[in-house]
Ligand binder design. Structure first.
Ligand code: HEC
Length: 103
């Protein structure tokens, strides 16, 4: 039973990763990199300070949240993605969360 659960977790993690990566490559890659600063902040930086719902709402409408994220202005375009794409890209971003002792 434990093993079954482990496999399930592994698989869902794996699929989330693949889909999220595709969304990333399609829409975000020009401005964000996984672990280094590009035009926008890195995914590991975002993951270290935001929750899943914060990330999703930011992608949906940056103009609504940039002030509360302490940006003075926002140049990021908004994206209307499918529900699945929002979930997988936010999971993907959160997968770069720096673990303790590893940052
Ligand atoms: C045209 C460049 C550009 C593109 C494309 C872009 N971003 Fe951004 N993003 C930015 C910039 C610049 C910021 C910094 C704040 C701002 O300008 O809104 C940002 C901020 C963010 C933030 C909030 C950062 C924080 O402080 O937590 C998230 C989350 C984010 N982007 C996710 C994405 C995702 C996911 C995609 C792809 C679907 C994407 N961005 C595509 C430029 C971009």
């Amino acid at each position: 039973m434990k093993i079954f659960f482990l496999i399930l977790v592994l698989f869902s993690g794996l699929f989330g990763q693949i889909d999220g990566k595709k969304v990333f490559e399609k829409y975000c890659w020009g401005c964000h990199h996984q672990t280094s600063l590009a035009f926008g902040p890195s995914f590991s930086e975002i993951a270290s300070k935001r929750t899943e719902s914060e990330i999703i709402s930011y992608i949906f409408n940056p103009k609504l949240s940039y002030k509360s994220f302490s940006y003075r202005r926002s140049v990021m375009p908004s994206f209307s993605l499918t529900q699945e794409e929002y979930l997988s890209i936010s999971q993907y971003i959160l997968s770069f969360k720096p673990t303790k002792g590893n940052n």
